[in-house]
Ligand binder design. Sequence first.
Ligand code: C2E
Ligand code: MG
Ligand code: MG
Ligand code: MG
Length: 283
Amino acid sequence: AENQRARIRHCFFAPSMEGIASRKLKIQSLLNTGSALEELDVYYQPLIDATTGHIVSFEALARWHNAELGFIPPPEFITAAEDGGQIVELGELIMQTACLQLAQWRRLAPALKISVNISPLQLLDPAFESMVANALQLAGLPPQALKLEVTEQLMLQSSDQVLHKLNSLQSQGIQLAIDDFGSGYASLNYLSSYPFELLKIDQSFIMDIMREERLLTLTRTITELAHSLGLKVVAEGVETTEIASLLQTLECDLMQGYLFSRPLPVAEVTSMLENGVPWPPNA
Ligand code: C2E
Ligand code: MG
Ligand code: MG
Ligand code: MG
């Protein structure tokens, strides 16, 4: 009976485990081929000034539709690239694409900025700073046009080397944002010792803020703390006007979410900027 149970368990679990592992291997092998990089696309989601209602920047969000696998969620292929050793190359492609695109859009909206998400492994790469400088130079952009978003995960590595690199980027005029704040384990201490200018409150806090008093208290407290340390606050995942008004009363600085816009393909952002469409539509 013991044997039989083991066999059943084996039959039941083995295929799905293998399925997950082989899908990851498949993604990694696709990343190694040039065609995977050709299929990669970048979408852009606006960040809205909570006071004026104007777009101040766009966040670049990688998209990958593969002929065989279909849409692959970004966290899945980013993790696969981190584990498979392709994240540095992939990250460079995304950085160059986003910078070149911003340079185009700045002809229509000169003050526009771009945020690019950065994996901790990219930051640990010795060539990271020159990769960024190169992408900016290629696009003819000043460092002030670029913001880098890093997650709390990075702080866990909290090496002097990382801190040194972040300080160096900041001193060049590149803005640093801590992403998904509240979702992980970052100590509040990091907020004051690292050169962040923006704090993005995790969307899980914002989405349930109307239903859970606890989340309202946390969001208010995080915002006050961030402001007292000189950081601006971004609320992610704003989906309703009720939440947007609440965040305005909390003096949140910037908002991002489906209420204003989903991440958009290049052509949609371009025509929006060209047509001078009043934005956001309901402001
Ligand atoms: P993130 O940087 O926190 O990006 C915000 C995510 O929330 C995006 O998902 C965006 O589409 C989604 N979002 C924005 N507003 C709303 C909303 O109102 N409601 C809901 N439900 N979702 C909203 P996406 O594009 O699937 O990206 C997921 C994560 O994958 C990102 O989280 C980021 O950590 C990572 N990622 C995406 N692109 C890149 C990239 O180019 N490089 C790196 N290293 N990571 C990336
Ligand atoms: Mg982000
Ligand atoms: Mg986030
Ligand atoms: Mg996230």
